[in-house]
Design a protein around this ligand. Structure first.
Ligand SMILES: [Zn+2]
Length: 249
């Protein structure tokens, strides 16, 4: 058993009914560039190894793979309400208030977001890259939670998991020209601009009524931490994927 194979978030610590983890690349079976715990079935890796990795992680976490809800992520603003496990096409966010359904996402640089409303016992997961974030996947998800479950955003607890950080997230002009200046940084090279997607999303959350102290942002950079995380930008088409999972027992 290798507890380094996943991380948890301190903001969810006081809720025993809540299950929330994010996998690392440590402790699996994949070889070469994909070392070692690649969870991505469509990442170009040997499928036998990926399936072994998945089985290994679910055993470690003591959850049944058949209870997962899995979105086919497309950088959209589509949010789906989930009442049974299975595959959800063309969507980048899922929510549920059903127990024993585990909402999942896969990332490698894009931000994995996990949301819990402890009063109504509602969970949500979001896959948020620059495109989905800019187009409003985060406010769309919060509106869905308000409309479907009558939650109050002031009660939400949010964890933004490991992703690419602003220090590494250089973006092209056609991307940065679409973001407000306050979320763009410059380093030594004044020609280059770096997107602070975490701050952009935090600002969206606060605009929707989420309280600042209820937002946890993991400071790990997937692009820098070669040993612990996959990075699509760094590893390109040889990049594995981490998996984030949230659900209610
Ligand atoms: Zn970095």
């Amino acid at each position: 058993m290798n507890s380094h194979s996943y991380i948890t978030f301190p903001i969810f610590k006081s809720y025993p009914e809540l299950f929330c983890v994010f996998s690392t690349r440590i402790g699996g079976f994949s070889q070469g560039e994909y070392f070692t715990m690649n969870m991505g079935l469509n990442s170009g890796d040997n499928l036998v190894n990926v399936k072994k990795n998945r089985r290994h992680l679910f055993e470690l976490l003591n959850i049944d793979e058949n209870k997962l809800a899995i979105p086919k992520q497309v950088h959209s603003v589509s949010v789906k309400k989930v009442t049974k496990p299975g595959i959800y096409s063309d969507t980048d966010a899922l929510c549920t208030n059903s127990v024993e359904i585990f909402l999942s996402i896969q990332t490698a640089d894009c931000l994995p977001m996990f949301i819990y409303e402890p009063d109504k016992k509602v969970v949500a997961v979001i896959h948020s890259g620059w495109q989905g974030s800019l187009n409003g996947i985060v406010p769309e998800t919060l509106e869905k939670l308000v409309n479907e479950y009558a939650i109050q955003t002031i009660n939400l607890k949010v964890a933004i998991g490991p992703g690419i950080q602003s220090s590494c997230y250089e973006v092209r002009e056609d991307v940065f020209s679409r973001f407000p200046d306050e979320f763009l940084n410059q380093h030594e090279d004044k020609e280059k601009k770096y997107l602070d997607l975490q701050s952009f999303i935090k600002n969206q959350l606060i605009n929707q009524g989420v309280v600042g102290k209820n937002i946890y942002i993991d400071s790990s950079c997937t692009h820098c931490d070669t040993q612990k995380y996959y990075s699509y930008r760094r590893d390109k088409d040889k990049s594995g994927r981490m998996m984030g999972i949230i659900g209610l027992h």
